[in-house]
Design a protein around this ligand. Structure first.
Ligand SMILES: Nc1nc2c(ncn2[C@@H]2O[C@H](COP(=O)(O)OP(=O)(O)O)[C@@H](O)[C@H]2O)c(=O)[nH]1
Ligand SMILES: [Mg+2]
Length: 419
């Protein structure tokens, strides 16, 4: 399905509310689905929430509701139904048949947006991999009509069924190829990673549209694309944040999170998100002007853990302060996160944030004496890169230094000069 097909489509948004979901959470999620649809050019003409004790594994919603949706679609001229819940392959197939509308779920919408925003070879490969994995179990539905039309001869495979076998093979081959390509790109990245290992790495993380790329641009010379659009950033950009400091500090901007981010996307973007895993500090950027900011924070923390970055220290950065009207919200956020930094990436000088980052590392650095024999004189340059040299004395038994750095870097230096 291409975007030109979706553009200007009239759609109904549908959600099924099970008892474990609060009204506000369902409403927020639906509003977000509307934003996601809008970024694909889909026009939302109506929405419907059905409260049910549980989801029917086969039909998803009850037949009474199906009639209601059909009626609403007729009245509003919708020919697309977008479900906020994830639909199983058989549910999607069933609903498409019953509603006689084109059916999409939240996962598919997000996959479409990622597909449209992928710019580099790597992100394109990552998105395609996720899309194919989504498609594979759904091929049956796509070909079922062929067999139905022909009546299906028992005992032998129908034309549709044979076609599915062929398609499955082709898709599996393509998936294997993409995986191989991504592994290759990942290996190339390993060289880069080694070069950066002696720097302190800071990674911007947070909900989509929180202002990560804006902060990246304000803090460094990077020109990352900033847009009031969900998932504008799909690639990782890394720049020097502070060139004076030793060790040098690098800052990375990467893809954001959203609730119910399809797991196949997290899996295929594992390598892109690796920058957060390898970081010494995560800047968790939060749009404090958003009513659902607390939920955004929870979703982000959960995603951070999911990608294996749960152990990396985090500094919360409450952004978009210029848009926050309620004093109470500010006070509440400050109380819940006393160490957080409050900023408007658009309005404020980012110097305070930069100082906050430096202070964070300063607190964690240790000062230690070091002696380098004259035979190891060549290693002095490395010491100056990996640590801050506070004092140097040339004595008979070698060079005596007082250096300050992170425990990890000091460890590395010692290993290098063999003491
Ligand atoms: N009013 C206001 N808008 C901001 C601020 N920071 C970012 N934005 C806007 O929020 C939108 C998303 O920003 P972006 O940096 O692309 O978010 P990202 O998805 O987290 O990278 C853009 O339209 C930015 O101009 C801020 O402090 N105040
Ligand atoms: Mg961005």
């Amino acid at each position: 399905m291409t975007n030109s097909v979706l553009h200007r489509h009239k759609a109904l948004l549908l959600a099924l509310q099970t008892p474990d979901l609060a009204d506000a959470a369902v409403a927020d999620s639906l509003r977000e689905l509307g934003d996601l649809c809008a970024s694909l050019g889909i026009e939302v003409v109506g929405q419907l929430v059905q409260a049910r004790p549980r989801i029917d594994p086969r039909t998803f919603m009850g037949s009474g509701k199906v009639g209601e949706v059909k009626l609403l679609a007729e009245r509003s001229g919708a020919h697309l139904a977008v479900f906020d819940n994830e639909l199983s392959p058989s549910q999607g197939e069933h609903l498409e048949r019953e509603l006689r509308l084109m059916v999409m779920d939240r996962t598919q919408v997000i996959l479409e947006i990622f597909g449209r925003n992928a710019r580099t070879h790597e992100s394109r490969a990552q998105v395609e991999l996720a899309q194919l994995e989504y498609m594979l179990p759904r091929l049956v539905g796509m070909w079922a009509h062929l067999d139905r039309e022909r009546g299906g001869i028992s005992g032998s495979k129908g034309a549709g069924e044979k076609q599915i076998d062929i398609d499955r093979t082709i898709i599996r081959q393509r998936i294997a190829r993409l995986r191989k390509e991504l592994r290759h790109i990942d290996q190339e990245r390993a060289t880069q990673k080694k070069r950066r290992a002696n720097c302190l790495q800071v990674s911007l993380v947070g909900y989509t549209n929180a202002g990560k790329s804006t902060l990246m641009n304000r803090l460094t010379e990077a020109r990352v694309q900033v847009e009031d659009r969900l998932f504008a950033t799909l690639d990782t950009t890394t720049r020097v944040l502070d060139d004076e400091n030793r060790p040098r500090i690098l800052l990375s901007d990467t893809v954001g999170f959203i609730r119910h981010l399809p797991h196949m996307l997290i899996a295929s973007f594992r390598s892109t998100l690796g920058v957060a895993r390898d970081a010494d500090l995560l800047l968790h950027v939060v749009d404090l002007s958003h009513d659902a900011y607390e939920e955004h924070m929870a979703t982000t923390v959960q995603a951070i853990e999911e990608i294996g970055a749960g152990a990396v220290p985090r500094l919360v950065v409450f952004n978009k302060l210029d848009l926050v009207q309620e004093k109470a919200r500010l006070l509440l956020a400050r109380k819940a996160h006393p160490e957080a930094i409050f900023i408007s990436a658009l309005r404020d000088d980012p110097a305070a944030l930069r100082r906050g980052i430096l202070a964070f590392f300063e607190q964690r650095m240790i000062t230690a004496p070091l002696r380098i024999g004259y035979a190891a004189y060549g290693e002095l340059d490395m010491v100056y890169q990996w640590s801050r040299v506070d004092e140097v004395r040339y004595e008979e038994d070698g060079i005596h230094l007082t250096v300050t750095s992170t425990p990890a870097n000091l460890e590395r230096i010692r290993a290098h000069i063999g003491v």
